[in-house]
Write a new protein. Sequence first.
Length: 135
Amino acid sequence: MGYVEGRNLAIEYRWAEGQNDRLPALATDLVRRKVGVIVAPGSTTAALVAKAATQSTPIVFTIGADPVELGLVASLNRPAGNLTGVSVLNGAVAAKCLEFLHELVPAATPIAVLVNPANGISQWAAFSTAQRHPA
């Protein structure tokens, strides 16, 4: 695309170092610096904090949860507002994951699911529903 950092592109890096309580101040700082876009890769919390910090600066996110359910966008086909991004929608394939696990290791019980509660409950709910209603 012809962008070269330091020549025609400046990137302002910020890290919360695993301390999500630092995210609001970092997002506010980026908005105050009038950056052209805020990128929140792989963090639902960072995307939500960025949304709370600005209604005008474009925000691009990548998450594994449902952005509509989380309130990041109005709908998948028309996000509206200043947020857009990519969602893996891991919860939507939960039943299939459990089906594959059962095929690979039929005697495996119980099956453990590790979920980050900061990323919403959609993933846990999807696995919980899949358990009750196998595919």
